[in-house]
Write a protein that binds this ligand. Structure first.
Ligand code: PLZ
Length: 461
């Protein structure tokens, strides 16, 4: 069970790290042997520790080890693992009706999710939604809709962006390796422009926006641009938070030039950053918003929500898909929305931010490998550098992630140079678990090759 506020919440798995074997344990290693014979190596894994169950912020592996999850399967289980309210909603719905296809014969859950999305996304204008299966599908539909509405061809994206793995969204994603290499050709009319990256460019939001706009003006041509896509806080790109004022200026420029401003909130949305949507931190109302990941507690669901006149520019039958917004995933989403409100999980994300700032906020001063600690709510990035420089340090990140996994903490990588340690814990993670996980990460820094109290890390199996 998980109920109540952070002080009173109870879970079916004790919220503590507890290791009973080495990691990966014998059962994980046996599964790994089967896996390499059956699963494509293209589906690479961060840590070959096989999970059995979980609750709150703790995962239990097949050997009975309890691990602290600072990743949430890349930002999905924001409300905690296997939440009983989601389980109950899914169990009830799956016995009632699993599928009709909304565009053949509709059902209420889809309408209720769209109503809720209109309420929680920024702005008070009339909003309409479509529901799909994955983040990439949401981004791809947002591009289709913006092109249909504007009659224009170009899509502008930001450097370091991640928008998905379909052909269109691969082309909208910044880095070639490993996401794209050898898998083209890609569609044209996608233009990547500089983002505001305060740690690396030192520019104010206004200065960075002028640089972005200048590239659109001189390289793309604003009257040909259908949409400007931005993650208000970039996730896979390295938890990059553009400087204050950056998005306000970009949104104004989009408005002045008839460009649809799309906030890709797939990773940072749905309570993760201490607001329903991370664009709220920038004080901007986007034209379209994509949601996915945290929206349905681990069930597959994604959405495009936006200005009714833009969303309705598409002819009936112009968007769709067999499984989009299926009755079970939408039932899970309704349970998630209810939980976020009932248990003030936006407030919980703000608590996680306060705890992390006070616990790890001084790491750049304490560890010469840490260039910057930055984050909002339960979304943090720790940018690792070669000491005394801003040069990315991918080797250090690899060491830290391996050390952490072997000691029962699952954290994530990020960044175009693979040098940002990314934390996306559940917002219900306790302060005690955050403290314990931070201690493990500190040990990982202390054992980096070349550190004062270096020792050989256990080799990954
Ligand atoms: N937009 C902002 O973060 C997914 C991808 C995991 P899908 N990011 C994690 C992986 O290895 O593929 C993401 C995102 C943003 C779009 C997407 C794509 O969402 O649900 O994975 O398609």
């Amino acid at each position: 069970m998980a109920a109540g506020t952070s002080a009173t919440r109870t879970f079916s798995v004790p919220q503590e790290r507890r290791l009973v074997t080495e990691l990966p344990g014998p059962r994980s290693r046996a599964l790994q042997e089967r896996r390499v014979r059956a699963v494509s190596r293209g589906a690479g894994t961060l840590a070959n520790i096989y999970m059995d169950h979980g609750a709150g912020a703790v995962l239990v592996d097949v050997d009975g080890n309890q691990l602290i999850d600072l990743g949430c399967g890349i930002g999905v289980t924001t409300i905690g693992h296997a939440h009983p309210d989601v389980a109950a909603a899914v169990a009830e719905q799956v016995q009632k009706l699993t599928h009709t296809l909304f565009t053949v014969t509709p059902y209420e859950n889809y309408v209720r999710v769209a109503e809720k999305l209109a309420e929680i996304t920024p702005g008070t204008h009339e909003k309409h939604s479509i529901l799909v299966n994955s983040g990439a599908e949401a981004v791809e539909n947002a591009a289709k809709i913006a092109r249909r509405f504007t009659g224009r061809r170009a899509i502008v994206v930001l450097d370091h962006a991640f928008h998905g793995r379909t052909n269109l969204t691969m082309a909208m994603t910044y880095r070639p390796w490993p996401e794209r290499e050898g898998m083209g050709p890609f569609p044209g009319e996608i233009y990547s422009v500089p983002i505001s990256y305060p740690f690396r460019d030192g520019l104010s939001g206004e200065e960075a926006a002028e640089r972005t706009i200048d590239v659109i003006e001189t390289h793309v041509g604003p009257r040909d641009v259908a949409a400007f896509f931005a993650e208000p806080i970039q996730g896979d790109g390295g938890v990059i938070i553009p400087a204050p004022g950056y998005f306000a200026r970009i949104a104004e420029y989009c408005r002045d030039n008839g460009i649809v401003f799309v906030a890709d909130e797939i990773q940072a949305g749905i309570a993760r950053t201490g607001a329903w949507y991370s664009i709220e931190h920038h004080g901007v109302v986007p034209d379209l918003v994509t949601s996915a990941k945290g929206i349905a507690g681990g069930m597959p669901l994604a959405a495009v929500t936006g200005r009714a006149e833009i969303m309705d520019a598409v002819q009936p039958g112009g968007v769709g898909g067999t499984f989009g917004g299926n009755p079970v995933s939408t039932a899970a989403a309704l349970a998630v929305f209810d939980l976020i409100e009932r248990e003030d999980l936006i407030g919980e994300a703000q608590r996680v931010e306060r705890t992390l700032v006070s616990r790890i906020g001084d790491w750049a001063d304490r560890f010469d490998v840490v260039g910057e600690v930055r984050g909002k709510g339960a979304m943090f990035g720790i940018e690792l550098v070669q000491p005394g420089t801003k040069k990315p340090n991918a080797a250090a990140l690899k060491h830290v992630l391996t050390y952490a996994a072997e000691h029962g903490v699952i954290a994530l990588d990020a960044g175009s140079w693979d040098s940002v340690l990314r934390l996306l814990p559940s917002v219900v993670i306790s302060d005690a678990l955050l403290d314990d996980a931070a201690s493990v990460l500190e040990e990982a820094f202390a054992t980096l090759p070349g550190s004062a109290d270096e020792h050989e890390p256990v080799p990954a199996s």
